[in-house]
Design a protein around this ligand. Structure first.
Ligand code: ADP
Ligand code: MG
Length: 357
């Protein structure tokens, strides 16, 4: 069942088009995560869903009922039954942890509010912290309180606006898992926003990429990863590129040489294109493998990470970052093998001006 339906929504701030005909749905029990650069319209979208702003055109439905459309009364935020978690926690500083979670529950639960709030605090790992005040907690703990507060009311939809971006890496991962598991065990739905693609891929059933107020693609993480539907999505999901290439008679001509495309060429039209590659399509060249497509790259440096070595190298103007076993000295050349079957190819578009009306 579709829980949230956003249909061709347009939102302007003065001359600026923050959202431009955005369509998106969230099913019951689904976690949808939106990725997009700063200023792409993510927060605007959440504020519209929450009822904090009005649409200029298009409509928003919750549970099949229109909650916002031009010419119709907007359903006020408190009647939408949503939970919200923001980047800056937004806790009430003068209330204790328990009071922060209990307050929104009181109206509906009366006396039962206290027990329910305690159970939710326990669930997010804050049992024993009930009487503290927000300033006596770390950032991660404050965000757990915000999460408990949002979930205690059993919202039909949880809205999260970059809930993890103020936290450091380890905590981020821990809290991301907590959000995912709590949302799923309560059978809730969530629309969450991040600019961290790893976070999106790990948390969501479907991931959407927003650019310039438009939704470019909305798909399961694996699908988005394997088949980005345009260059912007390929770039946003960290594919390497673009390299200018040409498709001619079933062969792909790249700056480092040409190769046969085999059966893949059947679905592709000839002409100029932009090529993108993901890390698994690139490895060290092995002359024993006939099918390898060799490409000379120049080593820029090696970074020793916890789990191994990340090699940075330049392949015809594009910086690659690849996992390797041993660091290599900067300045040397190495031959990589490119797997043409994994190439992502796009017709060179005239890039759209993001803020054109
Ligand atoms: P994101 O959350 O993706 O960073 P926002 O939705 O906050 O982006 O903003 C989208 C665009 O709309 C930005 O260019 C921002 O400056 C503009 N914008 C957002 N809110 C307002 C507002 N209240 N008044 C004017 N412009 C706004
Ligand atoms: Mg924002």
């Amino acid at each position: 069942m579709t829980l949230l339906q956003i249909d061709a929504v347009h939102k302007r701030y003065g001359e600026h088009n923050a959202l431009r005909g955005l369509t998106l749905d969230v099913a019951q029990g689904e976690i949808v995560c939106l990725l997009g650069a700063s200023g792409s319209g993510k927060t605007t979208l959440l504020r519209l869903v929450a009822g904090l702003e009005r649409v200029d055109s298009g409509s928003i439905k919750l549970g099949g009922a229109v909650v916002d459309a031009p010419g119709k009364p907007s359903l006020p935020p408190e009647k939408r039954h949503l939970g919200m978690v923001f980047q800056d926690y937004a806790l009430w500083p003068n209330l204790t942890v328990l009071e922060n979670v209990t307050l929104p529950l009181r109206v509906r639960e009366g006396r039962g509010a206290d027990g329910k709030a305690r159970r939710m605090l326990e669930r997010v790992g804050l049992g024993g912290y009930e009487e503290r005040r927000p300033h006596e907690l770390s950032g991660g703990q404050q965000q757990r309180v915000a999460l408990a507060r949002a979930l205690a009311v059993h919202p039909r939809l949880l809205l999260c606006d970059e809930p993890l971006s103020s936290l450091d890496a380890g905590l981020r991962e821990e809290l991301r898992e907590l959000i995912g598991s709590v949302v799923r065990e309560h059978g809730l739905s969530a629309l969450t926003i991040t600019h961290d693609r790893r976070e999106a891929l790990a948390l969501a059933d479907r991931v959407g990429v927003i650019q310039g107020g438009r939704l470019l693609q909305l798909d399961a993480p694996r699908e988005l990863w394997r088949h980005p539907n345009c260059e912007a999505v390929a770039q946003f999901t960290d594919a390497f590129g673009p390299w200018p290439v040409e498709l001619k008679s079933g062969r792909l001509h790249a700056p480092w040489g040409a190769c046969e495309l085999g059966s893949r060429a059947e679905n592709l039209s000839s002409g100029k294109a932009h090529l993108y590659l993901r890390a698994p399509a690139l490895r060290r060249y092995d002359p024993a493998r006939q099918a390898d497509w060799p490409a000379r790259a120049r080593v820029l440096g090696s970074i020793v990470t916890g789990d191994g070595v990340e090699l940075r190298c330049d392949l015809h103007g594009v910086t690659l970052s690849l996992p390797v076993d041993e660091p290599l000295p900067a300045g040397i050349e190495l031959t990589l093998a490119v797997d043409p079957a994994q190439s992502l190819l796009y017709p060179p578009e005239t890039r759209e001006e993001i803020n054109s009306p």
